[in-house]
Write a protein that binds this ligand. Sequence first.
Ligand code: SIN
Length: 277
Amino acid sequence: MALKTIDLTPCIGSMVETDVATLVSGAASAEICELVQSRGVLVIRGLDMDDETQLAFTRTLGPVLDEKSGEVYKVTYDPRESPQLYFYTPGNFFWHIDRTDSQMPPFISMLNARRLSDTGGDTSFANTYAAYEELPEADKALIEDLQVVHKVEASYRFVPNLSDEQIAAFRAHEPKVHPLVWRHRNGRKSLITSTSGIEVIGMAAAEAEALLQRMIDWATQPQFVYRHRWQLGDIVMWDNTGTMHKAEPYGEESGRLLHRTTVLGDEPFDPERTLAA
Ligand code: SIN
């Protein structure tokens, strides 16, 4: 089946024109998995899926995270909606790859726009394959073998007014070490850049932080970025192994609510380290 697509920028993001029945049937799932890897982000408008349908579609793409609960994860910044989610949501406002606190990150994350903010609340995505490929050769040589320590607490270091409870919870996560350059089994390389990355093994702290920030700044230049302005009913999915993302600011009282489902990954950040673990 050849899906109709329109590129949203030259480097990242495509709009796919299809319907709920096609998606849930699984007839297009292989093509969607290929497209999301080659374009980083796919947008499908006007679907208005309920949770059950979203889960059914997600299932056609691979094993689903937390499938047993039968519930989708709610992305909200409204403490009345869920104090527990509110606790973690501020980390979403900074560039990140999902689950750098694990060795095996998710493959596809999917968001379904259920309620929108009147102002703000776009979601931005950066193509970490293209960002690596376009690096000057001197930078490629500099970072080729670097190993980076990722900490959950580092993801929140720019968030003001964290509570003691939040700080303690974030610190309780074990740090993880990942290469700065991801050598994918498809033969390509991408950057593993995320606000969680805070130390480089064998490098002075200030130098490491400056280098990691420089890599994020590089990877989030306009030519590598797609910024999604939400419409109700949109489904947006991205390849978490080849992109970073972040939420653009919106208010706690805005009511913005996105329902997220996640396809588990099977490509570790570092195959050698995962085998050794
Ligand atoms: C996320 O970071 O997973 C959510 C992004 C958003 O709320 O736009």
